[in-house]
Write a protein that binds this ligand. Structure first.
Ligand SMILES: [Zn+2]
Ligand SMILES: [Zn+2]
Length: 378
């Protein structure tokens, strides 16, 4: 088998070759589907100890579950999809279109109108055609459509597991409506915050999820327990060397920096332990930013003060410019609003934030080793 066009092929020649290869792959996929459907009629998978033909195909043909299922379905519906088979052979639709036609045919049964839907498949991208198929399914069988949605809700699941280093792994399955709600809530929070925000999208989405959790805790949306509970010693809070880490409910021990941030606006229920391990200060004491103070702070700062950040006040923490641990006062001139991420950047990320004499905010990045000023000749 020869691969490629040989050296020196033009872009247009390579493009033509790709289209031709893509069509061949589609045709082979359809042949695969036909055999897969036939295979599914046998009990070979059972003989070999698999729970379904799709599991067998997944394992032996190196496919994801969805891809294996699509092929079996495409093969099963092949007899009803004569026009579509021709369209695929002629390169007017791809295999992904064909698989969607097959799934729709299987779902709506007698009411399936191949000609009408194929016309759409020829015009639409795979993604848009998926929507068109959903509409066709709804039109043909609204009750079945609702039932599928109900099943989707019943199948919701979220598992949380903790790795050895305390990292929490989330694995979540949501129905389309629930998923859309989560996505709609996360997306605006996952936008880049300012031009210097170089977080990747995955990171921004994860940050957004944590933001929502913090916001829920801060605003009392979580009915029973509205504050993170941290147990720490004064030595840890002061960042003294040799101090133990702090403890937080549902987490492995956390660093002094994290405690410093959480304690900064006192959104944690603090339990400070003296050197003899007795509780010396339970709950939110005098460093709490009081209700009226927080209101005045919200009016003054309106939201996160970080340049370029647009998080409103309800999505922020009150930050002490000089931490109360180091005798900073809990008065307006020493307080400022920062969103959860920028608050994190100041405490754990070692950024500095300074209010100038004219009241504007300056942010200074941490000095990293490669930014250190060059040393003069010895
Ligand atoms: Zn702070
Ligand atoms: Zn911010």
């Amino acid at each position: 088998m020869t691969v490629g066009c040989g050296g020196g092929a033009s872009g247009a020649e390579l493009g033509a070759k790709l289209i031709e290869l893509g069509r061949l792959v589609d045709v082979v996929n359809l042949q695969f589907s036909s055999v897969a459907a036939e295979f599914a009629q046998t009990d070979e998978y059972d003989q070999e100890g698999f729970d379904s033909p799709i599991s067998w195909i997944k394992a032996n043909c190196h496919l994801a579950g969805g891809a294996a299922g699509d092929r079996v379905c495409a093969g099963e519906q092949l007899d009803r999809l004569g026009e579509s088979e021709v369209a695929l052979a002629e390169g007017r639709i791809g295999f992904a279109h064909f698989a969607l036609l097959a799934k729709t045919a299987a779902a709506v049964g007698e009411r399936f109108d191949e000609t009408k839907l194929l016309r759409k498949a020829e015009k639409l991208s795979v993604r848009s055609f998926r929507n068109a198929c959903m509409h066709a399914r709804h039109a043909a069988d609204p009750d079945g459509f609702v039932n599928e949605e109900k099943q989707g809700v019943e199948a919701r699941s979220l598992t949380m597991s903790t790795a050895d280093d305390g990292t929490v792994l989330l694995n979540c399955i949501l129905d389309k409506v629930g998923g859309a709600a989560v996505q709609t809530a996360l997306e605006p929070l996952a936008k880049r915050a300012g031009k210097d925000d170089d977080r990747l999208r995955d990171r921004r989405l994860a940050d957004a999820l944590v933001d929502i959790a913090m916001h829920a805790l801060d605003t009392g949306l979580v009915p029973q327990r509205t504050h993170l509970q941290v147990t720490t010693s004064l030595e840890t809070l002061l960042g003294l060397s040799g101090a133990p880490a702090a403890e937080m409910e549902f987490s492995l021990p956390i660093s002094a920096k994290a405690v410093e941030r959480l304690a900064c606006d006192c959104s944690v229920t603090r339990i400070l332990l003296g050197s003899d391990s007795t509780v010396i200060d339970v709950g939110r004491a005098r460093r709490v930013i009081s209700g009226p103070q927080r209101k005045a702070l919200n009016v003054r700062d309106r939201g996160c003060v970080w340049p370029g950040c647009d998080r409103p006040a309800s999505w922020t923490s009150g930050h002490h410019l000089v931490h109360w641990i180091r005798n900073g006062s809990t008065d307006l001139p020493n307080l400022t609003l920062l969103c959860y991420r920028h608050h994190w950047m100041v405490h754990e990320g070692d950024w500095q934030i300074v209010r100038t004499d004219v009241g504007s905010i300056l942010t200074i990045p941490p000095i990293t080793s490669f930014q250190q000023p060059p040393r003069g000749p010895d």
